[in-house]
Design a binder for this molecule. Structure first.
Ligand code: RUB
Length: 312
């Protein structure tokens, strides 16, 4: 690993690069560039160096299967197809490109399917910053759907400001609220549809997204407002099909309070689960469907992501 690579890992950890899709694209790119630069004496050393790099990226944020799936895909092909250092560089480059194209193409489709779901004159609510849900809203606006948006701040790191800025810059009527006002807004301001992004989806169709997303979904259920998750299926967490629980990233207390009184404890979970019963639809690159069928659709779209005996 060199300093340019370590810098990307740090940028992912510190949220300079944030949002699951951006994290996966930048992480896979960093892995591929490192493979091109590495100066090693043997293919075994190359495998060793790349394994260390994979580990560093895969653990930079605990709840990011899209990045982990991409790295696993590249490394699987690396061991299968490369027997010289030059071949290793080429294999990493070509599978990294293929995976990044899959990410970009799936994002494009999610945005199209999602915008199609938004009716003219809708009031939309969202949480945090997701390039997929923001992309859907921007596309609906481009299609002249006459929309309004409520978005939360998303404490402690205020990713909701990134969302608000992108929407306001595009000329969309946008209102920001503090996180704890999310139910109040739904109740008083005729929200028609809720769309959030997601970092991960399990074999049961449970989605993991920014802390606060489940509260949003619970309030939506109370008020009969449809709740949609915009997610590309490359975020499927294959280990959940063999009964493992998805890990929730816990972040530093300084994000909540830099100079707290001595002795105060903190809990700073970055994400939480939204159970499948609370989700009306998954907006994916394969169309919009009920969370109950996610495993079947992933198996059909991306067979390489489904756990097999070799991987266990
Ligand atoms: C971002 C977040 C986003 C998902 C999806 O959290 O929860 O909703 O990552 O993003 P953080 P995208 O800021 O902690 O990374 O739709 O861009 O893949």
């Amino acid at each position: 690993m060199d300093s340019a690579f370590i810098q990307i890992v740090d940028d992912i950890r510190s949220l300079k690069i944030q949002g699951a899709t951006n994290i996966a694209i930048e992480g896979v790119n960093a892995f591929s560039s490192l493979a091109e630069r590495l100066e090693v004496a043997s293919i075994d050393n190359m495998f060793k160096e790349l394994e260390e790099a994979r580990q560093a990226l895969a653990t930079a944020r605990a709840t990011e299967p899209a990045l982990r799936n991409g790295l696993r895909y590249i490394v699987y092909n690396l061991h299968d197809k490369a027997s010289t250092i030059q071949e290793a560089r080429e294999v990493v480059k070509s599978f990294a490109e293929e995976y990044i194209n899959l990410l970009k193409e799936s994002k494009r489709k999610v945005i199209q399917y999602g915008a199609h779901r938004i009716k003219k004159g809708s009031t939309i609510m969202t949480h945090c910053h997701s390039s997929l849900s923001t992309g859907i809203i921007l596309e609906a606006h481009k299609q002249d759907k006459d929309i309004r948006v409520y978005c939360t701040e998303t404490r402690p790191r205020y990713q909701g400001r990134i969302t608000a800025k992108e929407l306001v810059d595009a000329g969309i009527t946008t209102t920001q609220v503090v996180d704890s006002a999310m139910r109040w807004v739904m109740n008083r301001h005729d929200v028609d549809i809720i769309i959030t992004g997601a970092d991960s989806i399990t074999s049961q169709g449970t989605v993991i997204n920014k802390i606060g997303t489940r509260l949003l979904a619970l309030a939506a259920r109370e008020m009969d407002i449809p709740f949609y998750s915009a997610i590309n299926l490359l975020k499927y967490d294959p280990e959940t099909s063999i009964g493992k629980l998805s890990e929730i990233e816990m972040r530093e207390s300084e994000e909540i309070w830099e100079n707290p009184p001595k002795g105060l404890n903190f809990l700073n979970p970055a994400f939480e689960t939204v159970s499948h019963e609370l989700i009306d639809g998954i907006i994916s690159e394969a169309g919009v469907f009920s969370p109950a069928v996610v495993y079947l659709i992933v198996k059909q779209e991306y067979p390489f992501m489904v756990m097999n005996d070799e991987m266990i």
